[in-house]
Ligand binder design. Sequence first.
Ligand SMILES: [Zn+2]
Length: 380
Amino acid sequence: MDNDDRIVTQEDINNSKNKKVDSEDIELTREFEPLDNNAITEESISDDEIVLDQAKESNIIDEDMNSIRNTDIYAKHNRIQKLKDKKKNKTKKTILFIIILLSILLCVGIFVAYKLNPSSADINADNKTNLEFEKMLDEKNNKNKAVIGQKEDAKKIYGVDAAKVWNSLNTYDIDNNGKKEVFLTFDDGPSTTNTPKVLKILNDNNVKGTFFVTGKAQTIDGAPQILRQLYDNGMAIGNHSYSHDYTFLYPKRIYNEKNFLSDIKKNEKKIQESLGMPNFTTRVIRCPGGQMSWQKTEPLNNYFIANDMVSMDWNSLNGDAEPPKKDAKALYDFAVKESKGKNLIVLLMHDTYGKEETVKYLDNIIKYYKSQGYEFKTLV
Ligand SMILES: [Zn+2]
C-alpha cells in the first residue's frame, strides 16, 4: 500500500463520520423502532457500506467511531441506570413510608389495648389498693361498732349517762328533777352460784341492772359464760378492777395510780376475753371499796375525765356486805330505809359467793321500787 492510497481528505473523514453517525442512528432506530422498509432503501444501505468501508481503512476513524459508539452507549446506560436508580429510590421510599405507618399504627394499637385491658400487674395493684381501702373502712366501722357498757338495743331503753349520775351523787342531788330512777348494781361477780339466779329474777321482773365485775371472778370455770349471759340479756357491765386487792390498789389506804390503772386495764382485757368481744369496753368504773373510802384519789378523777370514764360509787345499799350478816328480810328493810326520800337511787348489792340472802330478797325489793313508781335504769 502506497502513501497516495493512504491519503484521506478531511472532507472524506467528515462524511465518513456523518455517514457512520447516520448508520449508527439507523442501527439504534432499528433497536427501538419497528423496521420501516420504505425508509431504508437499497441505495442508502449501499452508500453506508461504501462510507463505512472507507472509514475502516483508517485506524483513526475506527478509534473515533469506537469512541463515539462507547460514549453513546455509556450515556444510554447511564440514563437507564439513573431511571432504574430513581425507580429503586422511589420503591425504597414507599417501603419506608409503609414501615413508619405500620409502626405508628402498632404503637396506637398497643396504647389502646393497654388502656382497655390493663395488665395483671395493674389489676393486682388496683386490688391491693381496694383491699387497703376496705381494711381502712372496716377498722373505721369496727371503731364505730365498739360496744360500750351494754348491748345497743337495751342501752337505748335503759342506759343513762353515768357522768350525769356521778354529778348528781357528788352534788347530793336526790331530787333528780322529780324523776324516780333506781339503778340496781351488783358487785364482785360474776359468780357461778348467785349471778344466774339474780339474772333470772331481773328477767322475770323485766328490769335491768348494772354488774361491776372483777377479773378474779372471771377466772372461775363457767364464770365467763355467765358474764356473756348477762350481756346477752341486756345487762350493763362495769369494771370493778382485776384483783379487788385493797393493799395493792391503795397501799396504806392511799390511792396508787400505777397499780390501780394497770389493774383496771387488765380487767378490761379479761372482760373482752370472757365476752369474746374485743370491741367491748366500759367507761364505768367502780373502785373496790368505793372511791369515797380512800385518800388522795384526785389524780383518778383527772384520769377519768381525760378518758371519758366515770367513777361510780352509790348513794344507797342493802347492807349485804356490812356486818352483822343479814337475812333477806333485814336486807329488804335496810334497802327501803336507805332509799327513803330519794328520787335518784344507786343501790349497792353483791352477787358473789355467799350472797344467797341477796338472791332471796331481790324479787321483793324490785317489787317495792315498782310500787313506788321507780324506773329501772342502767349505768353506761
Ligand atoms: Zn367490791
